[in-house]
Design a protein around this ligand. Sequence first.
Ligand code: PEP
Length: 246
Amino acid sequence: MRRKLVVGNWKMNGSHAANAELLAGLQAEGPWVAEVAVCAPFPYLAEVALSLQGSPIAWGAQDCSAHESGAYTGEVGAAMLAEFGCRYVIVGHSERRAFHQESDQLVADKAKAALAHRLTPIVCVGETLAERDAGQTTAVVKRQMSAVIHTLAHCISQVVVAYEPVWAIGTGKTATPEQAQAVHALLRAQLRAASEHAGDMKILYGGSVKADNAASLFSQADIDGGLIGGASLKAGDFAAICRAAS
Ligand code: PEP
Protein backbone atom coordinates (compact mmCIF):
# COMPACT_ATOMS: atom_id res chain seq x y z
CA MET A 1 0.00 0.00 0.00
CA ARG A 2 1.48 3.34 -1.07
CA ARG A 3 1.42 6.10 1.53
CA LYS A 4 -0.14 9.26 0.12
CA LEU A 5 2.03 12.35 -0.37
CA VAL A 6 0.78 15.94 -0.50
CA VAL A 7 3.24 18.61 -1.65
CA GLY A 8 2.63 22.35 -1.55
CA ASN A 9 4.17 24.34 -4.41
CA TRP A 10 4.34 27.93 -3.17
CA LYS A 11 5.58 29.13 -6.58
CA MET A 12 6.88 32.73 -6.41
CA ASN A 13 4.86 33.62 -3.32
CA GLY A 14 5.81 34.35 0.26
CA SER A 15 7.57 36.72 2.62
CA HIS A 16 9.21 36.29 6.02
CA ALA A 17 5.95 37.12 7.76
CA ALA A 18 3.64 35.12 5.47
CA ASN A 19 5.88 32.04 5.58
CA ALA A 20 6.10 32.10 9.38
CA GLU A 21 2.32 32.37 9.68
CA LEU A 22 1.70 29.61 7.12
CA LEU A 23 4.18 27.18 8.67
CA ALA A 24 2.96 27.85 12.22
CA GLY A 25 -0.61 27.29 11.05
CA LEU A 26 0.30 24.06 9.30
CA GLN A 27 2.20 22.69 12.26
CA ALA A 28 -0.77 23.45 14.50
CA GLU A 29 -3.10 21.54 12.11
CA GLY A 30 -0.93 18.43 11.62
CA PRO A 31 0.34 15.78 11.81
CA TRP A 32 -1.48 13.75 9.16
CA VAL A 33 -1.41 10.13 8.07
CA ALA A 34 -0.22 11.29 4.64
CA GLU A 35 3.33 12.49 4.08
CA VAL A 36 3.39 16.26 3.63
CA ALA A 37 5.99 18.61 2.15
CA VAL A 38 6.25 22.25 1.10
CA CYS A 39 8.36 23.55 -1.79
CA ALA A 40 9.38 27.14 -1.19
CA PRO A 41 11.26 29.76 -3.26
CA PHE A 42 15.07 29.46 -2.94
CA PRO A 43 15.70 32.49 -0.67
CA TYR A 44 13.32 31.14 1.96
CA LEU A 45 14.53 27.54 2.07
CA ALA A 46 16.88 28.07 5.00
CA GLU A 47 14.20 29.66 7.15
CA VAL A 48 11.66 27.01 6.12
CA ALA A 49 14.18 24.32 7.13
CA LEU A 50 14.66 26.01 10.50
CA SER A 51 10.91 26.39 11.12
CA LEU A 52 10.29 22.75 10.27
CA GLN A 53 13.09 21.30 12.39
CA GLY A 54 11.64 18.35 14.32
CA SER A 55 8.39 18.53 12.33
CA PRO A 56 7.12 15.65 10.16
CA ILE A 57 6.56 18.17 7.35
CA ALA A 58 9.36 17.86 4.79
CA TRP A 59 10.54 20.64 2.51
CA GLY A 60 11.84 21.01 -0.97
CA ALA A 61 12.80 23.36 -3.78
CA GLN A 62 10.94 24.18 -6.99
CA ASP A 63 13.81 23.59 -9.42
CA CYS A 64 17.50 22.73 -9.57
CA SER A 65 20.26 22.94 -12.12
CA ALA A 66 21.15 20.02 -14.36
CA HIS A 67 24.81 21.01 -13.82
CA GLU A 68 27.01 20.09 -10.90
CA SER A 69 28.63 23.52 -10.36
CA GLY A 70 30.38 26.26 -12.29
CA ALA A 71 29.58 29.18 -14.58
CA TYR A 72 25.78 28.98 -14.54
CA THR A 73 24.74 32.37 -13.18
CA GLY A 74 21.44 32.30 -11.35
CA GLU A 75 21.20 28.53 -11.10
CA VAL A 76 21.11 26.49 -7.90
CA GLY A 77 22.80 23.09 -7.76
CA ALA A 78 21.33 19.94 -6.27
CA ALA A 79 24.44 19.59 -4.10
CA MET A 80 23.70 22.99 -2.54
CA LEU A 81 20.15 21.98 -1.74
CA ALA A 82 21.26 18.66 -0.32
CA GLU A 83 23.87 20.33 1.86
CA PHE A 84 21.29 21.86 4.11
CA GLY A 85 18.77 19.07 4.27
CA CYS A 86 16.46 19.47 1.28
CA ARG A 87 14.30 16.39 0.62
CA TYR A 88 12.36 17.08 -2.59
CA VAL A 89 12.86 19.11 -5.74
CA ILE A 90 10.19 19.78 -8.36
CA VAL A 91 11.51 19.44 -11.92
CA GLY A 92 9.73 20.06 -15.20
CA HIS A 93 6.85 22.10 -13.80
CA SER A 94 4.79 23.28 -16.78
CA GLU A 95 5.55 26.91 -15.89
CA ARG A 96 9.26 26.17 -16.33
CA ARG A 97 8.67 24.16 -19.50
CA ALA A 98 6.59 27.04 -20.93
CA PHE A 99 8.36 30.17 -19.66
CA HIS A 100 11.94 28.86 -19.67
CA GLN A 101 11.70 26.54 -22.67
CA GLU A 102 12.77 23.51 -20.63
CA SER A 103 12.97 20.47 -22.88
CA ASP A 104 12.07 16.90 -21.93
CA GLN A 105 15.79 16.05 -21.88
CA LEU A 106 16.72 19.01 -19.65
CA VAL A 107 14.00 17.96 -17.20
CA ALA A 108 15.40 14.42 -17.22
CA ASP A 109 18.93 15.75 -16.62
CA LYS A 110 17.68 17.81 -13.68
CA ALA A 111 16.04 14.71 -12.20
CA LYS A 112 19.35 12.86 -12.61
CA ALA A 113 21.28 15.69 -10.91
CA ALA A 114 18.80 15.64 -8.02
CA LEU A 115 19.08 11.88 -7.54
CA ALA A 116 22.88 12.09 -7.60
CA HIS A 117 22.57 14.12 -4.39
CA ARG A 118 19.88 11.95 -2.85
CA LEU A 119 17.10 14.46 -3.38
CA THR A 120 13.77 13.06 -4.54
CA PRO A 121 12.78 14.70 -7.82
CA ILE A 122 9.08 15.36 -8.33
CA VAL A 123 8.90 15.08 -12.12
CA CYS A 124 5.94 16.96 -13.62
CA VAL A 125 4.30 15.88 -16.86
CA GLY A 126 1.09 17.06 -18.49
CA GLU A 127 -0.59 18.16 -21.68
CA THR A 128 -1.90 21.57 -22.73
CA LEU A 129 -5.55 22.12 -23.58
CA ALA A 130 -4.72 22.22 -27.31
CA GLU A 131 -2.92 18.89 -27.00
CA ARG A 132 -5.86 17.32 -25.12
CA ASP A 133 -8.34 18.64 -27.66
CA ALA A 134 -6.19 17.20 -30.45
CA GLY A 135 -6.27 13.78 -28.78
CA GLN A 136 -2.55 13.93 -27.97
CA THR A 137 -2.66 13.54 -24.17
CA THR A 138 -1.28 10.00 -24.15
CA ALA A 139 1.48 10.76 -26.65
CA VAL A 140 2.58 13.92 -24.80
CA VAL A 141 2.77 12.52 -21.28
CA LYS A 142 4.42 9.31 -22.52
CA ARG A 143 7.04 11.32 -24.43
CA GLN A 144 7.78 13.48 -21.37
CA MET A 145 8.00 10.42 -19.10
CA SER A 146 10.05 8.46 -21.58
CA ALA A 147 12.92 11.00 -21.52
CA VAL A 148 13.16 10.59 -17.76
CA ILE A 149 12.93 6.79 -17.92
CA HIS A 150 15.71 6.57 -20.48
CA THR A 151 17.97 8.98 -18.62
CA LEU A 152 17.52 7.46 -15.17
CA ALA A 153 17.33 3.79 -16.24
CA HIS A 154 17.06 1.55 -13.17
CA CYS A 155 16.91 4.61 -10.83
CA ILE A 156 13.50 5.61 -12.23
CA SER A 157 11.72 4.05 -9.25
CA GLN A 158 13.30 6.70 -6.97
CA VAL A 159 11.34 9.59 -8.48
CA VAL A 160 7.89 10.89 -7.65
CA VAL A 161 5.80 11.65 -10.75
CA ALA A 162 3.22 14.44 -10.84
CA TYR A 163 0.58 14.45 -13.57
CA GLU A 164 -0.42 18.08 -14.00
CA PRO A 165 -2.62 18.85 -16.99
CA VAL A 166 -1.54 22.36 -17.95
CA TRP A 167 -5.15 23.43 -18.54
CA ALA A 168 -5.98 22.67 -14.91
CA ILE A 169 -3.13 24.57 -13.26
CA GLY A 170 -4.29 27.73 -11.52
CA THR A 171 -7.43 27.83 -13.68
CA GLY A 172 -10.00 26.38 -11.30
CA LYS A 173 -10.65 23.62 -13.90
CA THR A 174 -9.83 20.27 -12.36
CA ALA A 175 -9.53 17.03 -14.27
CA THR A 176 -12.34 14.72 -13.23
CA PRO A 177 -11.17 11.84 -11.04
CA GLU A 178 -11.79 9.51 -14.02
CA GLN A 179 -9.79 11.69 -16.46
CA ALA A 180 -6.90 11.90 -13.99
CA GLN A 181 -7.01 8.17 -13.16
CA ALA A 182 -6.88 7.27 -16.86
CA VAL A 183 -3.61 9.18 -17.31
CA HIS A 184 -2.18 7.91 -14.01
CA ALA A 185 -2.92 4.33 -15.09
CA LEU A 186 -1.11 4.77 -18.38
CA LEU A 187 1.87 6.38 -16.64
CA ARG A 188 1.95 3.47 -14.16
CA ALA A 189 1.89 1.00 -17.06
CA GLN A 190 4.76 2.85 -18.75
CA LEU A 191 6.75 2.83 -15.50
CA ARG A 192 5.97 -0.88 -15.00
CA ALA A 193 7.57 -1.66 -18.33
CA ALA A 194 10.72 0.10 -17.07
CA SER A 195 10.88 -0.96 -13.43
CA GLU A 196 9.70 -3.86 -11.31
CA HIS A 197 9.19 -1.29 -8.51
CA ALA A 198 6.62 0.81 -10.38
CA GLY A 199 3.88 -0.47 -8.10
CA ASP A 200 5.59 1.30 -5.18
CA MET A 201 6.07 4.61 -7.00
CA LYS A 202 3.98 7.65 -6.12
CA ILE A 203 2.11 9.40 -8.93
CA LEU A 204 0.60 12.68 -7.72
CA TYR A 205 -2.15 14.68 -9.38
CA GLY A 206 -1.91 18.47 -9.64
CA GLY A 207 -4.21 21.10 -11.08
CA SER A 208 -6.68 23.15 -9.05
CA VAL A 209 -6.89 20.61 -6.22
CA LYS A 210 -8.98 22.06 -3.39
CA ALA A 211 -10.39 20.77 -0.14
CA ASP A 212 -13.71 19.93 -1.79
CA ASN A 213 -12.34 17.87 -4.73
CA ALA A 214 -9.28 16.30 -3.10
CA ALA A 215 -10.94 13.23 -1.58
CA SER A 216 -12.53 12.08 -4.83
CA LEU A 217 -9.25 12.49 -6.73
CA PHE A 218 -7.22 10.76 -4.03
CA SER A 219 -9.63 7.82 -3.91
CA GLN A 220 -8.59 6.73 -7.43
CA ALA A 221 -6.45 3.59 -7.63
CA ASP A 222 -3.35 5.22 -9.14
CA ILE A 223 -3.53 8.69 -7.56
CA ASP A 224 -1.14 8.75 -4.63
CA GLY A 225 -1.64 12.33 -3.46
CA GLY A 226 -1.33 15.80 -4.88
CA LEU A 227 0.91 18.64 -5.94
CA ILE A 228 -0.93 21.72 -4.74
CA GLY A 229 -0.34 25.30 -5.91
CA GLY A 230 -2.81 28.02 -4.93
CA ALA A 231 -4.46 26.07 -2.13
CA SER A 232 -1.11 25.44 -0.43
CA LEU A 233 -0.78 29.11 0.55
CA LYS A 234 -3.44 29.02 3.26
CA ALA A 235 -2.81 26.72 6.21
CA GLY A 236 -6.48 25.79 6.65
CA ASP A 237 -6.99 24.94 2.97
CA PHE A 238 -3.77 22.95 2.66
CA ALA A 239 -4.43 21.11 5.93
CA ALA A 240 -7.88 20.10 4.68
CA ILE A 241 -6.28 18.60 1.55
CA CYS A 242 -3.73 16.77 3.70
CA ARG A 243 -6.61 15.37 5.78
CA ALA A 244 -8.40 14.27 2.62
CA ALA A 245 -5.29 12.25 1.71
CA SER A 246 -5.10 10.60 5.12
C1 PEP B 1 0.95 23.71 -9.41
O1 PEP B 1 1.45 24.82 -9.46
O2 PEP B 1 1.67 22.72 -9.46
C2 PEP B 1 -0.51 23.61 -9.29
C3 PEP B 1 -1.05 22.42 -9.38
O3 PEP B 1 -1.19 24.77 -9.11
P1 PEP B 1 -2.75 24.92 -8.71
O4 PEP B 1 -3.02 23.95 -7.58
O5 PEP B 1 -2.89 26.36 -8.27
O6 PEP B 1 -3.55 24.60 -9.92
